[in-house]
Design a protein. Structure first.
Length: 256
């Protein structure tokens, strides 16, 4: 089937501009402006358009399904909607999962499944490889309230596919980072490292520490993760204003 022509696209854009309801609330308009991924999905759905899913992305999603099934006993049928006609594929809206538009250089997809928790990810990892934590009790008891308990909704982020923390963020403290919310949190780093190990039998952060700048312990310190003294995974903490040459965050691309 032939795709839309440039002329047709121009006419549809003009038609959209002409027919845009000016009765739309300001708050609704701003919502679409702030969330272009949902805007694209809504337009594609309204125009009965199916946008094909990148095969490489589909493969990563399938790998995540296998990972969660193998290590956590979770059945995530994230690709089931792709079998239905008229499904929007870019940005991906699969079941309850929304995947952000990929930014150049961010090639590794990280999926955080609904129902998992920091403690569960740490303890499950410990059953498979050497793990160490700085505290005597469980890690979540040391976290701020918003990071305790199970993840409420499945979500995804894009990160750099590198073994070490982002080079340009090495030496920057959590307070130095302009948008710390756009870096990997503790649970994201633990799952990222677990998945990397499942693929390579190696760990992240051989020469660096990942500063989880978007997370906090209840006392204000910042979690950090490294390979650990015995070659496994170590969870430690760092003062938010402290810097270290081998300590840095990992950027994350999120929806919205």
């Amino acid at each position: 089937m032939e795709k839309i022509t440039t002329g047709q696209a121009t006419e549809i854009i003009a038609l959209f501009a002409k027919k845009l309801p000016l009765t739309m609330l300001k708050s609704v308009a701003q919502k679409w402006i702030d969330d272009p991924s949902s805007f694209e999905s809504a337009i594609a759905t309204a125009l009965d358009v199916k946008i094909t899913v990148d095969s490489a992305v589909s493969k990563q999603i399938e790998n995540w399904q296998n990972f969660y099934k193998k290590f956590f006993g979770l059945d995530l049928d994230l690709l089931m909607d792709l079998k239905k006609p008229g499904v929007v594929g870019r940005p991906l809206n699969l079941c309850d999962l929304r995947i952000p538009v990929r930014v150049e250089g961010f090639n590794r997809l990280i999926i955080i499944a609904k129902g998992v928790s920091i403690n569960q990810v740490y303890e499950t990892g410990k059953k498979n490889f050497s793990s160490w934590k700085w505290c005597d009790g469980d890690i979540e008891s040391q976290m701020k309230d918003s990071e305790r308990g199970m993840v409420k909704e499945t979500y995804a982020i894009w990160v750099h596919d590198e073994q070490e923390a982002d080079k340009d963020l090495l030496g920057e403290s959590a307070e130095d980072i302009k948008n710390p919310q756009d870096t990997e949190s503790l649970i994201e780093r633990l799952i990222h490292g677990f998945k990397y190990w499942s693929e390579t039998a190696n760990h992240l952060d051989v020469d660096t520490y990942t500063l989880c700048a978007s997370s906090r312990y209840f006392d204000g310190d910042v979690p950090c993760v490294d390979r650990g003294g015995d070659g496994g995974v170590g969870v430690d903490g760092y003062r938010p204003r402290n810097r270290g040459a081998g300590i840095g965050a990992r950027r994350a691309v999120r929806v919205g």
